[in-house]
Design a protein around this ligand. Sequence first.
Ligand SMILES: [Zn+2]
Length: 377
Amino acid sequence: MADTPQQLGDKRSETMMSGTVGTVRLFGVPVRMHFTFLLLLIFLVFIGIGGKQSGATTALYVIALFGSVLLHELGHTLVMRHYGIRTLEIVMFPIGGVSRPERPPKGSEELWVALAGPLVNAVIAAALFAWLALQGKFVPVELLREPTDANLAQRIAVGNLLLFLFNLLPAYPMDGGRILRSLLALKRPEDEATRIAATAGRFLAAAVGLFGLLSANFMLVFVALFVYLGAAQEGAAITGRILTSGFPVRAAMITDFRTLSHGDTIRDAGNLLLSTSQHDFPVMHGDQVLGLLTRAALVRAMLTGGPEAYVAGAMDRNFLRIPPDLDLSEAMSRLSPAGTCALVMDGDRLLGLLTAENLSEFILLRQISRSHAQHVT
Ligand SMILES: [Zn+2]
């Protein structure tokens, strides 16, 4: 396990992805389902009813594929754990799972972490195929189109084979794209490797999307869209990570900011929100930080308690706090799920604020100064 500052360990459980329902813990990792996954389950059960297979088989098939995707994600999780990276959560989406690591795996770690997931599906497929071969229960491929009770095991095997192949597509953010990126990064600078893998991902997604449109396969179009957006988003995220790594948080934090006192009212906070460009305000008692009043909490308090309520009642006491010497790239990955704002604190002393907005400004300035340096030399 990674050595993480204790004060952070307790806060993270709250920074979960939105739109998720239900939580189970596996190997200490919270597994959540995105609500769209439930829609898919209902859909699958619905189309399965009335076919040649029994209801129980339909349910078994859905559970087996769900389990296969989950085991795939646990494959990533366990290899990450081997490298000391904690998984904050696994979220199950209709077209696959997403593991959210506490920090992104670096260098060769990424190769093994990315490989682990598809390998799990390869092992499941191989085991089922071997079992089917031993039992002499293979059915011709064209008969698999029609789900029956008898071809259940083979359909699960084929499902895992497809999961294996699909995830190995060299397209960001698929595992294959991560593998491609980590292999490219052996020979060339990391940001260039990322750019190539992300571009490959976008091209592949565009091709798959076009094919989906022409063949009227809208599930494929949906998958392509997901891959395309993921490629663009992750490409930007990784570029940001590269440009911020090696800098301490104190290099980018906001040092000129306003605070509220615990005796201030929501009206005072609202006035501060209007008169400054700040969205989130530390709530102080003298030199001591009591909490953080975010804009969302302020609005909520204004609606429920009215302008005369005290800020102390609306503030978040479990705000994200980060030390000033933490690497900025790591601060960025902690900040992104939490969303808004982190307080930079040296022990109990408040030094500054770190927001997604000023992080992106830092990245912008770094980009400019880097391209400037490249033109000069
Ligand atoms: Zn994966």
